[in-house]
Design a binder for this molecule. Structure first.
Ligand code: PLP
Length: 411
């Protein structure tokens, strides 16, 4: 009844579905900012992160607004790593700036040595991604950035709950952002949070947030329906013959009927900016995020327990494993193999969906040239993208599921 699916609403539990059902029938709450204010104060309280928090309707809206608030635009360069989501370079592109790609090291994050090489006199900021929840080498990166007078922005889309050298990821620098996307650390289907310790910037974000439009009611309804429809789809995901299953049919139908929205809009794959980004975090999604935020400690403890089992039991002879560090809350547990594609397909044929973040230097894109990534410029990122397999750590995954995955991998 509970297939192993890394990307299908992985954080959603029964209480989240009930909450979504309740909200669905209370449309007067959908755009009530009161709940968004509650989310912002709860976020700081629950995470223990310091700073002023501003919720918006996605991580990409957060990053777009951060760059705008910093005055980054035409003629400026923004550094981000290769092995990333197109939402990251798009935020620079949408502001008229140029994304510049740095290669990664074996933490799947910025390689400080390559960072130093990519800085020019046009570089205004560096986006430090903590991929899969693994903290980047922040001290080294910050030292380089400070020496060149470059601003540092932490991308904590994967890393809510991770610890770096005793400090919470997200408060390492002056400014950071988080994602509450459908497959992130906590989920309200879409959602994001900007966090800053800088009072002046906070004032600016407050003004920007006030001026944002509310998403339209149709969009909000699509997001509220997401956990409900996924709860109906999941039990039937593998019910059928071969590739044709009832669950997949239900999913396609729901998308065709526009009951659901896609996580990345078609225009974004060509670096376009959909109207919906940036927008206010609607009250309805804030309520979903609050319900999830209250469970953050439980989610983090579970992710740590599962990744410990992977670390102990996945064959180190057959796979490259990530660093073993108790501070890491792995959103997904990355392993590498030269047979990655074959392995992911084998699992798929058994009804188990593993992840492929990131199976290219920038994903998902229909036109790589718009991202301004040049093939061959970040060889480690390209190499790892051919070998990557993401293992699930989400709350519904049982130890029996984990052992099934491990046994299949080691075979
Ligand atoms: C590393 C990274 N940064 C930023 C984002 C953007 O977050 P969101 O999907 O909430 O816009 C994503 C996700 O898609 C991501 O993977």
């Amino acid at each position: 009844m509970n297939p192993i699916l890394i990307s299908i609403s992985p954080n959603t539990e029964c209480d989240d579905v009930l909450m979504a059902l309740k909200i669905l029938f209370m449309p007067w709450k959908w755009r009530d900012d009161k709940y968004t204010k509650q989310l912002e104060s709860l976020f700081v309280k629950v995470t223990g992160l310091t700073g002023y928090a501003f919720a918006v309707n996605s991580g990409r809206s957060s990053l777009y607004l951060i760059l705008k608030a910093l005055g980054i635009g035409n003629g400026d360069e923004v550094i981000n790593q290769a092995f990333t989501c197109v939402a990251v370079p798009n935020s620079a592109i949408w502001n008229g700036a140029k994304p510049v790609y740095v290669d990664i090291d074996d933490t799947y994050n910025i390689d400080p040595e390559d960072l130093e090489k990519k800085i020019t006199d046009k570089t205004k900021a560096v986006i430090v991604q903590h991929t899969f929840g693994i903290p980047a080498k922040f001290e080294e990166i910050k030292e380089i950035a400070d020496r060149h007078g470059i601003l540092v922005i932490e991308d904590c889309a994967h890393a809510l709950g991770s610890i770096y050298k005793g400090k919470r990821v997200g408060s390492l620098g002056d400014i950071s952002f988080f994602s509450f996307g459908r497959d992130k650390c906590i989920s309200s289907v879409f959602g994001g949070m900007i966090l800053t310790k800088d009072k002046k910037l906070a004032k600016k974000f407050g003004q920007m947030q006030n001026e944002l439009p509310q998403p339209n009611l149709f969009w909000i309804k699509q997001q509220i329906l997401h956990p409900i429809i996924m709860a109906l789809v999941k039990p039937f995901y593998n019910f059928g013959l071969g590739g044709f299953t009832l669950g997949k049919l239900m999913l396609v139908l729901a998308q065709r009927l526009r009951l659901l929205s896609f996580p990345v809009y078609a225009s974004e794959k060509y670096c376009g900016q959909p109207n919906i980004f940036p927008a206010k975090m609607p009250g309805a999604l804030s309520l979903l995020a609050i319900n999830q935020l209250k469970k953050l400690a439980k989610f983090v403890a579970h992710r740590k327990k599962i990744s410990k089992i992977y670390n102990e039991k996945v064959s180190k002879k057959k796979f490259d494993l990530p660093p073993d560090n108790n501070g890491i809350s792995f959103l997904r547990y990355p392993i590498r193999s030269n047979k990655a594609i074959e392995i992911k397909n084998k699992f798929k044929s058994k009804g188990i969906l593993l992840g492929d973040w990131y199976n290219k230097a920038v994903v998902p894109v229909s036109d790589l040239s718009c991202t301004q990534y040049i093939k061959g410029k970040c060889p480690s990122a390209e190499n790892y993208s051919n070998q990557i397999i993401n293992l699930p750590t989400y709350i519904g995954l049982t130890e029996k599921d984990v052992m099934q995955i491990i046994n299949m991998l080691n075979e």
